[in-house]
Design a protein around this ligand. Structure first.
Ligand SMILES: [Zn+2]
Length: 206
C-alpha cells in the first residue's frame, strides 16, 4: 500500500517536473524614475500593471514576476526632458547593460523605465513610450494608462499591425494599437498578439 502510494507520488512529480522546472518566469523590472517619487508603488501597480497582470494570467499559465525599483543611480535619474524618445531608450539600455553585466542574458528578463513626462512633443501630439521589438528594454510614461502594457507587449513580440479595435460597449483599443483620443482601452491584447506572446514565452523559457 505504502509502496504504491510512493510510486504514484514519484510518478506525478515526474510528470510535473518538465513544466515546473523549465518554465522560467517572465521577470519585468520596472524602474520608477525619480520624478515619480510622489506616486506609491501601490498606485502605480493599480493604474498600470493590475490590468496587465490580469491579462497575462488570462492568456498564459506562465509565471510572471513584476519588480519595482527606485533610486537606482544612472537609471532612475536619467535626464530625459526634451530628449527624443529613441535617445532616452538608448541611454536606458546602456545603463541596464552595465548593471546586468556578468549576469546570464535571457529574453525572459525585461526592463522598463517609467517616467512622469512623455516624449517627442509636436504640438498636441506626443509619444508615451518606445521599446525594442522583442528586445529587453523599453520606456513608458504614466501619461497614458496603457503605455506600459503596450511597450511590454512589443518586448514580447506584439505588433501594431496585429492589434485591433474591439467593442466593449464603446470602441476600445487593444494594448499595442497606437492610441487615438475617443477610443477607450480594452485592457487586453488582441487575439493574434495574445498568441504571439504565448509563443514567445514558450520559445524563450526553455
Ligand atoms: Zn508601439
Amino acid at each position: 500500500m505504502l509502496k504504491t502510494a510512493l510510486l504514484t507520488l514519484l510518478l506525478s512529480l515526474g510528470t510535473l517536473l518538465p513544466q515546473t522546472v523549465l518554465a522560467r518566469s517572465l521577470v519585468v523590472t520596472v524602474y520608477l524614475h525619480d520624478d515619480l517619487a510622489g506616486e506609491s508603488d501601490e498606485q502605480i501597480n493599480t493604474n498600470f500593471f493590475g490590468h496587465w497582470l490580469k491579462e497575462m494570467h488570462t492568456i498564459t499559465q506562465h509565471p510572471v514576476e513584476l519588480i519595482f525599483r527606485r533610486n537606482v543611480e544612472g537609471v532612475t535619474d536619467i535626464n530625459y526632458a526634451g530628449k527624443p524618445s529613441r535617445e532616452v531608450l538608448d541611454t536606458f539600455t546602456a545603463a541596464i547593460k552595465d548593471s546586468e553585466a556578468g549576469k546570464l542574458f535571457s529574453h525572459m528578463n525585461k526592463h522598463l523605465l517609467m517616467t512622469r513626462g512623455s516624449y517627442d512633443h509636436r504640438g498636441l501630439n506626443f509619444n508615451a513610450g518606445i521599446a525594442f521589438q522583442k528586445g529587453n528594454t523599453a520606456i513608458a510614461s504614466v501619461a497614458v494608462y496603457g503605455a506600459a502594457a503596450h511597450e511590454i507587449g512589443h518586448m514580447l513580440g506584439a505588433t501594431h499591425e496585429d492589434a485591433t479595435v474591439n467593442f466593449n460597449g464603446w470602441a476600445c483599443e487593444t494594448y499595442t494599437k497606437p492610441r487615438l483620443p475617443l477610443r477607450s482601452n480594452c485592457y487586453r491584447y488582441s487575439d493574434k498578439n495574445r498568441a504571439t506572446i504565448v509563443d514567445y514565452l514558450k520559445y524563450n523559457s526553455n
